[in-house]
Ligand binder design. Structure first.
Ligand code: HEM
Length: 535
């Protein structure tokens, strides 16, 4: 409640608090000039023409002209919130220090501030939040040792295992470059050549592809990382977020009913829950595996199309996260926040997961372009700890991050004139030994269908029914060769899976269904919907 709401009370002749004083509500230009008329341009007479020295008008309009930055190439639509992470100090019944020396985890009850951004992937910044899409789940931990970003999704696996394929995957899912319409035929043309995607496709076309909102969904780091202890020993680790609110997903028809009335329902749900003090909470759990190739497993531990079986690698809680504060400004916080898989703290490390390595280049690269080279100076991205680099200048540099002890003339290292110095080591280095031929090859243990088939069989009946319904609706208008290849792949996952999609497609052909459109949408495919309902 600003004090200058009623200017008279503060005794200033113009009815405002003293300019620049606390509570001053005077509208100014960015140059600090008070604006006495915000309604009319300066013109020659009240019918124009306008004049070019109209600084106040030009500043207002030209800034407006630049209000947008490029949106994220993927994950453009999102919602965010602030909160905290609270450590348990343990992993299972062991002290966590046995596996990682990362300080944020060590002490039971220790709180680290976080900012989380949830997102959908394919469509633009104001697209409906009911679309079938993985959901992004990105967490920035502002730790005492600098920032840690855990950039994951809700489905725990991914479509591909080699970063080389990412732009093609995204192009196939994005709208057709000619019609600007998302097209199931293009998607399944690509997927029919990408058998490793079957696990993710089985999730995505089931109700798990449309979470009811952001509060009632899981999260996962998906890629395999490492933890490193004080002795420099590493283990492989996978991260999972489990919502205290439970998990809720939508059928295609339920999603369409919501979308007809509200295309912002997930953002609204998150914002309103936090406003009313109903703070969403997730537990962070990890799976740990020794840092080896594990030839005894029928999958490669670094393959992000696979889950690690819970009976062999139990989910072990390490902390909880609560979101308790909405952003003050969507653009400054949710739009400009920049997460990346390369942002780790001491005690957390990369594995050799090829996807993770490809991703790690991509995030900071796109952010230097999307937000600008000094994106890490923005309050939402800046660590809440000591930051001191010899990086200088570039667009929008607005401070020099040297401490008072530093000689301002020395922006290089080493120096004896008072420049920045290297930090002492905080534990033994983790120094994995790597040897091999430089190649372009797939991994050996691809095993593309087994976990997808297990997932199909694990679903409840209504989930399986919705999966078949959505796949048939999306595939029905596609080229027959693509349909046949997909049926072959579904059959390799599970015979019943393949049979049901094949029969659905035969029925759609009998109904002569031809319309293409967004994935799974029934509106474009009324014929199939009726066939499923009656048959
Ligand atoms: C966002 C690249 C795989 C989760 C992004 C962005 C890029 C990107 C360029 C936009 C970032 C920005 O503008 O700030 C890639 C590449 C991948 C890949 C090259 C594979 C090689 C994945 C996977 C996941 C994932 C496997 C899930 C585990 C996310 C999330 C965001 C995102 C959650 C949104 C972050 C935010 O809210 O700002 N990705 N990605 N990505 N990606 Fe990926």
């Amino acid at each position: 409640n600003k004090k200058a709401g009623n200017g008279k009370a503060n005794g200033q002749p113009n009815g405002h608090a003293q300019q620049g004083g606390e509570g001053d509500q005077t509208l100014t230009t960015r140059q600090g000039h008070p604006i006495t008329n915000n309604q009319s341009m300066r013109t020659v007479g009240n019918r124009g023409p306008a004049t070019l020295e109209n600084y106040q008008f030009i500043e207002k309009i030209t800034h407006f002209d630049r209000e947008r930055i490029p949106e994220r190439v993927v994950h453009a639509r999102g919602a965010g919130a602030h909160g905290y992470f609270e450590a348990y100090g343990m992993v299972g019944d062991e002290p966590i220090a046995k596996y990682t020396r990362a300080r944020l985890f060590q002490e039971k009850g220790k709180r680290t501030p976080v900012f989380v951004r949830f997102s959908s992937v394919i469509h633009g910044g104001h697209s409906p939040e009911t679309l079938r899409d993985p959901r992004g789940f990105a967490v920035k931990f502002y730790t005492e040792e600098g920032n840690w970003d855990l950039v994951g999704n809700n489905l725990k696996v991914f479509f591909i295992r080699d970063a080389m394929k990412f732009p093609d995957l995204v192009h196939a899912f994005k709208p057709d470059p000619v019609t600007n319409i998302q097209d199931g035929q293009r998607i399944f043309d690509f997927i029919s050549h990408t058998p490793e995607a079957m696990h993710m496709i089985t999730f995505l076309f089931s109700p798990w592809g449309i979470p009811a909102n952001y509060r009632q969904m899981q999260g996962s780091g998906v890629n395999t990382y490492k933890w490193v202890n004080a002795d420099g020993q590493g283990v492989l680790v996978k991260y999972h977020w489990e919502p205290k609110q439970g998990i809720k997903n939508l059928t295609q028809i339920e999603a369409e009913q919501i979308q007809g009335k509200n295309f912002n329902h997930a953002t609204q749900d998150l914002y309103e829950a936090i406003e009313r003090g109903d703070y969403p909470e997730w537990e962070l759990l990890v799976q740990i595996m020794s840092d080896e190739e594990h030839p005894e497993l029928d999958f490669d531990p670094l393959d992000d199309t696979k889950l690690w079986p819970e009976d062999q690698f139990p989910w072990m809680p390490v902390g909880r996260m609560v979101l308790d504060r909405n952003p003050v400004n969507y653009f400054a916080e949710v739009e400009q926040v920049a997460f990346g898989t390369g942002v780790l703290v001491d005690g957390l490390d990369f594995s050799n997961d090829k996807m993770l390595q490809g991703r790690t280049l991509s995030y900071s690269d796109t952010q230097r372009y999307r937000v600008g080279p000094n994106y890490l100076q923005l309050p939402i991205n800046r660590p809440k700890t000591h930051v001191a680099t010899n990086q200088r200048d570039g667009q929008m540099a607005y401070y020099v991050d040297a401490g008072p002890a530093q000689n301002p003339h020395v922006n290089y290292e080493p120096s004896m004139l008072g420049g920045l110095q290297e930090a002492p080591r905080s534990g033994a280095d983790h120094t994995p030994y790597v040897q091999g031929h430089v190649v372009r090859q797939k991994i050996d243990r691809t095993n593309d269908f087994k976990q997808a088939g297990e997932r199909y069989r694990m679903f409840e009946d209504w989930e399986r029914d919705d999966l078949i319904f959505n796949l048939v609706n999306t595939l029905a208008p596609a080229d027959r060769r693509i349909q046949d290849r997909m049926v072959e792949l579904f059959t390799q996952c599970d015979e019943d899976y393949g049979r049901r999609v094949r029969e659905g497609l035969e029925q759609a052909r009998a109904n002569n269904q031809q319309t293409s459109g967004p994935i799974g949408a029934t509106s474009a495919n009324e014929g199939v919907k009726e066939a499923e309902e009656t048959g």
